[in-house]
Design a protein around this ligand. Structure first.
Ligand code: TNX
Length: 494
């Protein structure tokens, strides 16, 4: 067989999937997707309507210029089937069968079908551009995730990114089976979400960013659209309003929220830890209550993130009671509170979630019912530079090359925590040094592939050399999507 034989190329594509599926049974031959392929499913299911349409559009993109020469091994039908999961392990399970003349995709829920579609699209998009026809390896894939929380955080406060950029991030996340997007909506340098009862937050506090640029904010209508866009891609948006620190933009917008009753200047630098809400002022809690109420009404998902990090200008004796009071407000509006690791110093209610980030402060054991998301800065911070030559990013937690990003385990990173308390991982991208979507993509890719695999794959081998080869094979997909990825020297992209 020649190296150009479609059989060889399509079977190696199965090996190169990221994240690696739990089980792959390879068949003997490959089939060709007909440009007239029909998607078949039980009519009247709106979620499946959306997924079918999504798949058709993505395939159409790949079909441009392709033909189907092989009449025998011709796939004319893709069947979606919902089938209750016997083991009941996850609502994200799927099975993908590529047969001689059809593809069958089974999910216990529509979410599973969507995830299976991502696997199928990866197989298609791994093909070099201009290939004659879309060959697919006959196979059976059975897959289920390791963690239910597989996230990315984007800081839209230090620099503002318009809705189109957020949609782009959502689309790329979906391809790698990530399912939560945490938006860091407020910080010292900017307030990015319109709040009807406190309009100056965006009129004043939304008008700048790090470096003095013009900033910006999401209107509630724009934000609601983003939430829907993400929901259609099975991604939950987690909104964060950071407090009691990281609040200069709010304090600059409303003098009455300040202890001195005069507003500080807007801030465009990158220091942290200098601002605090006034813990003793009743107006502070009216303000927080209004913000959380409006945000909760924009949030179909169960969580609101209240930050709580680096509150260096809040007295320690005030910090705990403040967080507990805010937790009550979040719960009152029907949501569960998430906060950065520091909130573990306060009395947390069952259902609240702690996001681990720094190795500098010790984490104590957590109360019953409080779970953890792992975002250790040394491993999971997408804003750390890859190496000393990297122009973008910071390096306070060290350099994180692709190997550092891949070679750790959220369940064993902290020995004090019961593995069962770990919901999964989230990779934060802070934006002090980022101005454009190209900058975002550069720091995200290829490291996001490592986080995708750690978060999803029960079957990851943890072997970096093997992972390196698979990442190299993602170049077709990344180029097809025109991703501005970092050509890591650890990967042979040729
Ligand atoms: C720490 S991580 C911060 C952010 C910075 C980031 C830069 C965390 C909870 N706080 O305020 O943007 O480092 O890497």
């Amino acid at each position: 067989m020649s190296i150009l034989d479609p059989n060889i190329r399509s079977f190696s594509r199965l090996e190169n999937l990221i994240p690696r599926p739990v089980m792959i049974k390879t068949g003997k031959e490959c089939s060709f997707l007909s440009p007239e392929v029909v998607i078949d499913y039980e009519q009247g299911n709106q979620s499946l309507d959306f997924i079918a349409d999504y798949l058709k559009k993505a395939l159409f993109f790949s079909f441009v210029g392709a033909s189907c020469a092989d009449q025998k091994h011709r796939i004319g039908k893709i069947k979606f089937q919902l089938k209750e999961n016997q083991s009941g392990s996850s609502n994200e399970d799927y099975q993908l069968k590529i047969e001689e003349n059809q593809i069958i995709l089974v999910g216990s829920t529509d979410r599973g079908i969507f995830l299976g579609v991502q696997t199928l699209l990866q197989l298609v998009e791994h093909m070099p551009e201009g290939s004659p026809g879309i060959s697919l390896p006959q196979c059976e894939i059975v897959d289920t995730p390791r963690f239910s929380w597989r996230g990315v955080m984007l800081d839209v406060a230090r620099h503002f990114f318009p809705p189109a950029d957020i949609r782009r991030v959502i689309d790329l996340m979906a391809r790698y089976k990530l399912n939560t997007l945490h938006l860091h909506l407020t910080d010292d340098q900017g307030w990015r979400i319109e709040i009807n009862t406190w309009p100056k937050l965006t009129e004043i506090g939304g008008q700048t960013e790090v470096g003095g640029g013009k900033g910006g904010y999401y209107s509630q209508a724009e934000y609601a659209d983003l939430v829907l866009y993400a929901q259609d891609r099975y991604i939950t948006i987690i909104p964060e309003i950071d407090m009691p620190g990281h609040t200069n933009a709010a304090l600059a917008s409303y003098p009455e929220l300040n202890k001195t009753k005069s507003a500080p200047d807007l801030y465009t630098g990158i220091e942290v830890g200098f601002s605090s809400l006034d813990i003793d002022n009743p107006l502070t809690y009216e303000f927080v209550n209004d913000v959380i109420r409006e945000l909760a009404s924009l949030t179909p998902g169960p969580y609101i993130h209240i930050g709580g990090d680096e509150a260096k200008s809040t007295k320690l004796e005030d910090y705990g009671p403040f967080i507990e009071r805010i937790q009550g407000i979040v719960n009152q509006h029907g949501k569960r509170m998430i906060g950065w690791q520091e909130i573990a110093q306060s009395r947390l209610a069952s259902g609240s979630i702690v996001q681990y980030w720094t190795d500098d402060s010790k984490m104590s054991t957590l109360p019953e019912g409080v779970n953890i998301i792992m975002s250790p800065a040394r491993r999971a911070y997408l804003d750390m530079k890859y190496d000393q030559d990297c122009q973008l990013g910071l390096n306070w937690a060290g350099y994180i090359n692709l190997q550092d990003a891949y070679s750790w385990d959220p369940e064993t990173y902290l020995d004090i925590i019961q593995p069962g308390n770990i919901l999964g991982l989230e990779a934060p991208l802070w934006s002090e040094t980022l101005e454009t979507i190209a900058d975002i993509e550069f720091l995200m890719f290829p490291r996001l592939l490592a986080y995708s695999e750690i978060g999803w794959s029960k079957n990851a081998k943890g072997d970096f050399t093997e992972f390196q080869h698979r990442v190299a094979k993602q170049n077709n997909l990344l180029e097809r999507q025109q991703v501005n990825y970092y050509r890591s020297k650890l990967v042979d992209w040729s």
